[in-house]
Design a protein around this ligand. Sequence first.
Ligand SMILES: *Cc1c(COP(=O)(O)O)cnc(C)c1O
Length: 345
Amino acid sequence: MTEANELIDLRSDTVTKPTEEMLQAMLEAELGDDVIDVDPTLEKLEILTAEILGKESAIFMPSGTMSNQIAIRVHCDRGTEFLCESECHIHHYEQGAYAQLSGLVAKTIYSTDGSLRVADLQDCISPENEHFLRTSALCLENTHNRWGGRIQPQKDVLEVCSWAKSHGLSTHLDGARLWNAAAASGIEPSELAAPFDTVSVCFSKGLGAPVGSALIGPKNFIAEARRARKLFGGGMRQAGVLGAAALYALENHRNRLCEDHAHAKQIGEACGQSQSLRVREERIDTNIILCDVEPTRGTAQDLVRSLEEQGLKCLPTGKQSIRFVTHLDVSQSQADRACDILRAI
Ligand SMILES: *Cc1c(COP(=O)(O)O)cnc(C)c1O
């Protein structure tokens, strides 16, 4: 296909292909068996990830979902509840795995902008009384996927986590796109991670690795997470071949995320100029553009179909909402062409 008629895929930042250099790193990776003892490449990745996030230890995971679910399972005793924002990935997109696999309940809290504040949480801890579940943890998400890649205000995060600690709750951050939050805010990943006991990050989203996430936290917690990962079928033996791609991405693809954010702003402006779309609250913090579809112009599904016919792929996120996500494989000329298509609809 020539560049002019090649599909522009903005459904997600998970559609990227490994670069030549990344493939070379995979070919050259030193491998072992991570289930018997060690895979040296994974070990290197885990040490570097823990260091970047300023925590003791890290463990490679096959997916962000498994990483989150294992974190919650290890934090919470069976038959307890954890607090989370109602649109978060852990609750919305993971099949209620915490209930299915770990006997846990999510107490979801509505927010008006994707962020929780101490005032929203005051009455959320169940009293010590046989009518109620015990409340054991709090989970946040940064950046927030369903709220259009919003960055959590660090001041609120600090207040909420210190409130959680003072009430004996463990804290977990779903940081699938923490790298985007760090690049856009200029705050170091370690500072964003500091208020939390554990953090999950993805290598397969903005960083462009084909597979993999990591769970990061205290050494004894990660040892328990390693047991749970084997239980969940996530122990991967010669996984250094995947770890090498993640390591390459971690070392080389964090600084370029600003390009994705610039493309997102550009595409957001084009959406604003179209007759059919409105950027939700006209806000784009990172690499996700969340748009509401004018009801007079049909449904999200209609629009997604018509955009695809013109060579632009995106995802519906509701009956009248769609999203575009920029990533490593979106060139400047593709971003320009996406804008032309969007302005014209
Ligand atoms: C994608 C995503 C995950 C899960 O990652 P998978 O690797 O697809 O399981 C978790 N949290 C957030 C916020 C995500 O966007």
